[in-house]
Design a binder for this molecule. Structure first.
Ligand SMILES: [Mn+2]
Length: 291
């Protein structure tokens, strides 16, 4: 394994891993679309490396004093190692663990959640500039970062009202995605509404969260404005501020048992994306545990 994320114990033998009530970190270095230097498949390694610049201590949280244990099980190839993904979900369910996955591009969310347990008290929420609700993207490609939630809906037989998109502000979305959002194919809180009617939008989110026992949360970093997180994958203008993202996920995290952070495509000169991802992981941990 490469370096462990600061504050996490490395797990050398995952097949014998049986810790309960803990947080598990896993890297999924997979990009289904064409790869380029600094691609998100390198993010799990680079984000762990970047965590060495941090102490894991803030005025609100100290990872070294937390009552919860944190384990880093290393990387999994979600396309080729489906057995290990299934084993991981079995352990998470049996041992009351929570899972943090670092992508990879957004396609990893399909791989992970197609293996996850579902019932009508389980929901998925994704923060994303795009809806990722295409049947094919690019043309003739049926499983990519652009088809994740259409495939999940179809293959896992989910109702539109157990799926919530927060974001959808990109001018590069396809017309199929726009049409589906207009026709309530899934629940939708647009970024623009979060800015213009913040309290009302957060109330809508609270009411959604209240209906479910378990939530899977997927954070595409392009849901943030490109100024804050210039991810080279598909950066978009008019996105969330980091503060607004914190306000949003703070409402969701108490019900979360799986969260992923995807599309952290960075440049060597500009490590803002990696730095943000590390901070975000600490913020998530702080709100997933009762310290
Ligand atoms: Mn996405």
């Amino acid at each position: 394994m490469t370096r462990t994320f600061v504050g996490f114990y490395p797990v050398k033998d995952f097949s014998n891993f049986n810790e309960k009530d803990s947080i598990i970190l896993v890297g999924i270095p997979v990009e289904k679309a064409k790869t380029t230097p600094g691609g998100s498949r390198k993010a799990p390694k680079e984000i762990r490396e970047q965590s060495l610049e941090f102490s894991g201590i803030s005025s609100e949280f100290d990872i070294s004093k937390s009552k919860t244990s944190f384990y880093d099980i290393g990387d999994i190839d979600s396309m080729k190692e489906i057995d290990i993904v299934n084993q991981l979900w079995k352990k998470v369910s049996n041992n009351n663990n929570k899972l943090i996955a670092i992508g990879g591009d957004h396609s990893i969310t399909y791989d992970m959640l197609a293996a996850a347990p579902w019932d009508d008290k389980t929901a998925v929420i994704w923060l994303d500039a795009h809806a990722d609700l295409n049947d094919e993207y690019p043309p003739k490609v049926f499983y990519s970062h652009g088809t994740v939630f259409a495939n999940l809906k179809k293959n896992m037989k989910l109702d539109g009202d157990q799926m919530l998109l927060i974001g959808g502000h990109a001018f590069t979305q396809t017309s199929q995605e726009h049409e589906r959002l207009r026709n309530n194919y899934v629940e939708f809180i647009p970024t623009s509404k979060l800015f213009s009617e913040k309290e009302k939008s957060l109330k809508v989110l609270q009411n959604f969260v209240k209906k479910f026992d378990r939530i899977y949360l997927s954070i595409d970093l392009d849901s943030l404005d490109q100024t804050f997180v210039p991810t080279l994958a598909t950066a978009e203008p008019f996105g969330l501020t980091p503060q607004l993202m914190m306000d949003v996920i703070k409402i969701i995290l108490p019900k979360v048992i799986y969260v992923d952070i995807v599309e952290a495509k960075y440049s060597r000169k500009d490590r803002i994306v990696l730095n943000f991802a590390v901070g975000l992981i600490y913020f998530i941990i702080q709100n997933l545990t009762d310290h």
